[in-house]
Ligand binder design. Structure first.
Ligand code: AMP
Length: 540
């Protein structure tokens, strides 16, 4: 067979010619601005010429501080295709973390959305390797001042550049993109995706067992392009011809509902909290969302009640998926086996899903021994495969805390069935260790979120004199709804064992979220420890 390197430039060339008519629509708040994949290809060539002009000639890192939009897609394609390395900067990190990752990656150029100029201006004095800033969308750049740093306007540096580029034949194992984990403890850790890993991962994303992308689909990419490469959807779209609907910075429920009504996507992907808010909005503000057939929910455990609500009230099928930044990120996707449908399918759909051919998974016990994949043995999940990182960047080798002889330790605890279905009970660090027993915080959350009055519930382990740790339930009630701790405890009793019932309850306005929209359990624990939560104690 021919040895054709698997390169991002090949995805770009294919998408912008064979699927040149496919569209990327970027929401503007009012309606959408549109461009075609053919034009995206021409703009990518112009950007590559412009970046060459700024001295990007090797594997320099080009950072992006951008929302999901057409320009970010162009950077996604141009930067790796020219042999440089794309570094997606998470705009929701704390400033010191943003500074850390930009310096750690040695970003030389940063492409910034004009709405994010204040954010960049705030950290700019501390960015030690940056030489050029490219501003997308005009606006006041007077605050972007630093010695040795030049500021350019996207439109100006692309203008007049050739619309083709002689994409270099780089090594498929070279780094194409970097993403840092959104780690809530310590500094974020960097993962380098290679051209080859992105290419293979994109093919998996397109497969019917995964997202099943194709030219018939219109894809609303809510998951940010700065979080785990937007689950690979941008590259998979160019590969398959699937159209893209990009929400830009309009990520609240009301504009998302409007976008769905107007742009008629057939598919969307996001973390559970986005779809929880959207559901509450749709229930209160009837909107035509009939174009949406499937939404993939991942990044945190998807409550079964949310899946049922969308299926029953809106005829939208929620597909649950699991992954990690370290895994590009797709790790598993929950479709029922062939021939299982109707009510029987739910037991499979609640799980984190089935691993695809590119992901090998095993469950490991406390002393590192492999445990059976029998759907019963509970242990830490370990994975390996061609789109899973072998180590973090800048480290001398695989850190033994995170890697186990060629396997990635995921830090997730659960079971695996013989036919590859993964059920996670918790993050290892979030499992509640009560006496000698473990309580799954996720099981309690899912059970609570099935109560009609509950919008969100976040459960964490807190110190307890007698048991070591006990669950604290923090609950956000739906607008206008009422339920007290006694009622919720009674309700929980129908779903979990009595000894698992939380004694400590706190009713809060909103669950604090991490930079990628997950429940921030570390913050809930520290709020509790610091005494800032109003807690009701019920001993049952
Ligand atoms: P990140 O790298 O930010 O995407 O975080 C990866 C982690 O998110 C995983 O190790 C899991 O703990 C968690 N996660 C992702 N998807 C799911 C899911 N479907 N169910 C439960 N946890 C999930």
């Amino acid at each position: 067979m021919m040895k054709t390197p698997l390169l991002i430039s090949r995805i770009l060339q294919h998408g912008s010619t064979v699927h040149g008519d496919s569209e990327v629509a970027t929401w503007t708040g009012e309606g959408a601005r549109r461009t075609s994949y053919a034009e995206v290809g021409r703009q990518a060539a112009r950007l590559a010429h412009a970046l060459r002009g700024l001295g990007v000639t090797g594997d320099e890192r080009v950072g992006t501080l951008m929302w999901n939009n057409a320009e970010h897609l162009i950077a996604y394609l141009a930067v790796p295709s020219m042999g440089a390395v794309l570094h997606t900067l998470n705009l929701r990190l704390f400033p010191e973390q943003l500074i850390y990752i930009a310096n750690h990656a040695e970003d030389r150029v940063v492409i910034v959305d004009s709405t994010l100029i204040p954010l960049l201006a705030g950290v700019l004095p501390h960015l030690s390797t940056i030489r050029h800033i490219v501003v997308v969308g005009g606006g006041d750049t007077s605050k972007l001042v630093k010695d040795g740093v030049e500021v350019h306007a996207w439109d100006e540096i692309l203008q007049g550049r050739p619309d083709t580029f002689d994409w270099p034949e780089v090594d498929e194992d070279d780094a194409a993109a970097l993403c840092y984990t959104s780690g809530t403890t310590g500094n974020p850790k960097g993962v380098a995706y290679s051209h080859r890993s992105i290419y293979l991962h994109s093919m998996e994303v397109c497969m019917a067992e995964s997202f099943g992308l194709g030219p018939q689909m219109r894809n609303l990419v809510i998951v940010p392009m700065f979080h785990a490469m937007a689950w690979g959807l941008p590259y998979a779209a160019l590969m398959s011809g699937a159209q893209l609907v990009m929400p830009d910075r309009f990520l609240q429920a009301a504009p998302l509902a409007r976008m769905i009504e107007v742009e008629k996507p057939s598919f969307a992907g996001a973390v559970p909290t986005i779809f929880t808010d959207l559901l509450a909005y749709l229930d209160a503000n009837p909107t035509d969302v009939s174009s949406l057939q499937e939404v993939v929910i991942g990044g945190s455990a998807c409550p079964p009640a949310l899946m049922h609500a969308y299926a029953e009230r809106y005829d939208i099928q929620v597909i649950h998926a699991w992954g990690m930044t370290e895994m590009s990120p797709l790790g598993s996707i929950a479709r029922a086996p062939f021939g299982v449908d109707g009510p029987e399918a739910w037991a499979y759909r609640y799980t984190q899903g089935r691993v695809p051919a590119g992901v090998e998974a095993r469950i490991v016990g406390p002393t590192g021994e492999a445990m059976p994949s029998d759907g019963k043995a509970v242990g830490e999940l370990e994975v390996r495969g061609p789109w899973i990182t072998a180590q973090y960047i800048g480290e001398d080798g695989p850190d033994p805390d995170k890697f186990d002889n060629g396997w990635l330790r995921t830090g997730d605890v659960g079971t695996l069935t013989p036919n590859g279905y993964l059920t996670l009970t918790d993050r290892a660090k979030d499992v509640i260790k009560s006496g000698g027993e473990w309580i799954s915080s996720v099981d309690l959350e899912n059970a609570l979120m099935a109560h009609p009055a509950v919008l969100e519930a976040c459960v964490v382990g807190v110190p307890d004199d007698k048991w070591g740790e006990r669950p604290l339930a923090t609950v956000v009630l739906k607008e206008g709804a009422a339920a007290d701790a006694e009622t919720l405890r009674e309700f929980l009793l129908t779903k979990v064992a009595r000894w698992q019932l939380p004694e400590r309850w706190s009713f809060i306005e909103a669950v604090p979220k991490t930079s990628v929209g997950k429940f921030d359990k570390k913050r809930v624990r520290s709020d509790y420890a610091g005494g800032s939560l109003e807690v009701v104690q019920i001993n049952g």
